[in-house]
Design a protein around this ligand. Structure first.
Ligand code: NAD
Ligand code: WQD
Length: 331
């Protein structure tokens, strides 16, 4: 059985589907601070199997002890956490508490229970402002906001833990920009309030919930002046997690650090155009000032993941837009 923290969230729910379809039992632990319990029904509808679900918090040590005692958990995939960069500058303590204290509490419970396989949701944000593209895993790390800092710190904690005792099998997966949805249209990304990320915002413009998109700057040193990112289909990301789990479980101990991206970058304008074409909707936009803290361009070198895990992203921009649009049209 795999314990999936944050399993009703965007990436956790899609990964749960992939894990179940690969024959794993899944137990989800989520406090629902950024997701809804109906996601469990949707996962069951897709896979034909209902994952276990516990509404609770990763900072609740007594609850974790109980879960490890009562269930045959072999590995933990740890998605739970707060992820909004802007919000993290306003309420940094909540971010340090959820993302760092939460991860430490979870790792302590695992250590006590003798469960030592851990797959962690890190982020390309740990590379800061790229000095060189594509980004390889040995690129220097830095953080310009509290959210990014929590990812750096947890990456370091995991490295310390790995060296402190034998038998830990740890993967630090650095996601680029997850997008898309499950092809069934039953699960996808559901941001609360005003979306921070590009694609959910584009979707809300396409469906008429918002009048237009603000494009944050067209004076970057990129082909069309707008920001370039490596968008990866969430189902490819889910497959990457399964590959990382298989890799870890095949070894007596492991500390894997790898990018999960496609290796290709697309600009904001290219994303708008692709989504408009797939959805058949107009996406009105206006160019506004740069968003503070944004970088010009960022995409992954995927050689390490390909060679180590035998995994590469299979789905492209059209798949991401098509699957996102199917989900985005749900009432
Ligand atoms: P999400 O908000 O959709 O999912 C996170 C889930 O964790 C939510 O369901 C939320 O309710 C739950 N949660 C939060 N704090 C919790 C706590 N203390 N106890 C229990 N549950 C808690 O986010 P996501 O996009 O699926 O991201 C998953 C992970 O991947 C996060 O750690 C995020 O930092 C990381 N990540 C996301 C992106 C991205 O762009 N989406 C990119 C890189 C890394
Ligand atoms: C993409 C591009 C924006 C919104 C963030 C986090 C990162 C990671 C993924 C978790 C940029 C432009 C966006 C809009 C726009 N999360 N944009 N108008 O900034 O690459 O990464 O999410 O780890 O840590 O920083 O993604 O989707 O916010 O932006 O023009 O309304 O779209 O300027 O060029 P980003 P994003």
């Amino acid at each position: 059985m795999i314990l999936v923290t944050g399993g009703t969230g965007f990436i956790g729910s899609h990964t749960t589907v992939t894990l179940q379809q690969a024959g794993h039992d899944v137990l989800i632990l989520d406090n629902l601070c950024n997701s809804r319990p109906e996601v469990v029904d949707a996962i069951a509808a897709i896979t034909g199997t209902r994952p276990g679900f516990v509404e609770g918090d990763i900072r609740d040590a007594a609850l974790l002890d109980r879960l490890f005692a009562e269930h045959p958990i072999q590995a933990v995939m740890h998605f739970a956490g707060l992820k909004a960069v802007g919000e993290s500058t306003q309420i940094p303590l909540a971010y340090y508490d959820n993302n760092i204290h939460g991860s430490v509490t979870l790792l302590q419970a695992m250590q006590k229970a003798g469960v030592r396989t851990f797959i962690f949701s890190s982020s390309a944000t740990v590379y800061g402002d790229p000095q060189k593209l594509p980004l390889t895993e040995d690129h220097p790390r830095s953080a310009t906001n509290p959210y990014g800092h929590t990812k750096l710190v947890v990456e370091d904690i995991l490295e310390n833990l790995y060296h402190s005792e034998s038998g830990w099998r740890i993967a630090r997966l650095r996601y680029f920009n997850p997008a898309g949805a499950h092809p069934s249209g039953l699960i996808g990304e559901s941001p609360q309030g005003v979306p921070n990320n590009l694609m959910p915002f584009v979707a809300q413009v396409a469906t008429g919930q918002r009048p237009r998109l603000n494009v944050f700057g067209n004076d970057y040193d990129t082909p069309d002046g707008t920001g370039v990112r490596d968008y990866i289909h969430v189902m490819d990301l889910a497959e990457g997690h399964k590959a990382a789990l298989d890799y870890c479980q095949s070894l007596p101990q492991a500390l894997l650090t790898t990018n999960l991206g496609t290796g290709k970058g697309y600009s904001v304008l290219e994303m708008i155009q692709a989504y408009a074409q797939t959805s058949g909707q107009d996406i009105p936009y206006q160019i506004t000032a740069r968003r503070p803290g944004d970088i010009a361009a960022c995409w992954a070198d995927v050689t390490h993941a390909t060679q180590t895990l035998g995994w590469t992203a299979r789905l492209g921009l059209e798949d991401m837009c098509r699957d996102a649009w199917r989900w985005d049209q749900q009432p």
